[in-house]
Design a protein around this ligand. Structure first.
Ligand SMILES: [Zn+2]
Ligand SMILES: [Zn+2]
Length: 248
């Protein structure tokens, strides 16, 4: 599978770090994990438009992970080229209610004209989606938050935290993963509840014994402090930049 970091940033608008989004491409299927603001344009830079996304997983519904769902749904109604491919959206419990309320706020403007949307609530379980098996577990951020462990047909494993604090479930999701994409929102001396620091991300990744670790979701202080020097991870470490690619 091929993985592209669409956004390595956060809630704070930035010209260099888009808010959260990860593109996974496998066997001709484009899967999106989170859809923060600016992600639609990042997808265009990867040659992918609103017709070509097959499935969207959400880690949770904070705006920096979800906001571009609105222009995506609106654009998919474009009269001369409407989206015709049905869409699956997968998220934790509570998302379906949130989604219906969001659609209602806009009247008919986000409702599909030529395709159907199926909302799949996935709690703590493993399900198959085409060539991928996806295990989800609750992680420590908000009630809806789910981390994911994705296994392709060749056995390659990707784990994605979304936003989380240190928790055993994220260690389990990242166990021996070929690539663990972990949030690292703040430097060690600016710890914020519900988020990781280099110290905690190192501990989590070392316990998971993942092969490669990519840190992402950097609030601005992370670009000013020496995150790399604060890391104690024993494997191969990457600090995410927008449009960084991995093949596993
Ligand atoms: Zn976030
Ligand atoms: Zn969040």
């Amino acid at each position: 599978m091929k993985i592209t970091i669409l956004g390595s940033g956060t809630a704070v608008p930035s010209l260099t770090r888009n808010s959260s989004g990860i593109l996974l491409q496998d066997e001709g299927v484009n899967t999106l994990f989170d859809f923060g603001y600016g992600t639609l344009r990042q997808l265009l830079r990867c040659g992918i438009d609103y017709h070509q996304i097959h499935r969207i997983f959400f880690t949770h519904n904070h705006p920096d992970h979800i906001c571009d769902l609105i222009p995506f749904l609106f654009g998919s109604r474009y009269y001369h080229e409407p989206r015709t491919r049905d869409l699956e959206i997968v998220a934790g419990p509570g998302f379906e209610d949130f989604f219906r309320q969001m659609i209602d706020v806009f009247g008919s403007w986000l409702k599909p004209t030529e395709y159907a949307i199926k909302i799949i609530t996935q709690d703590e379980e493993e399900r198959s989606y085409g060539s991928l098996r996806v295990l989800s577990k609750k992680v420590k951020h908000i009630a809806m938050s789910r981390g994911y462990r994705i296994t392709d047909s060749k056995g390659a494993v990707l784990a994605i935290s979304g936003d989380t604090d240190y928790c055993q479930s994220m260690v389990d999701l990242g166990r021996h993963a070929d690539l663990l994409i972990l949030e690292c929102a703040f430097p060690d001396d600016m710890k914020c509840p519900g988020h990781l620091t280099p110290d905690l991300a190192s501990q989590l990744a070392n316990e998971a014994e993942c092969k490669r670790l990519c840190l992402t979701h950097f609030y601005p202080p992370c670009d000013l402090k020496k995150i790399l020097e604060q890391m104690k991870f024993q494997g191969q470490l990457f600090l995410a930049a927008d449009l960084m690619e991995f093949s596993i």
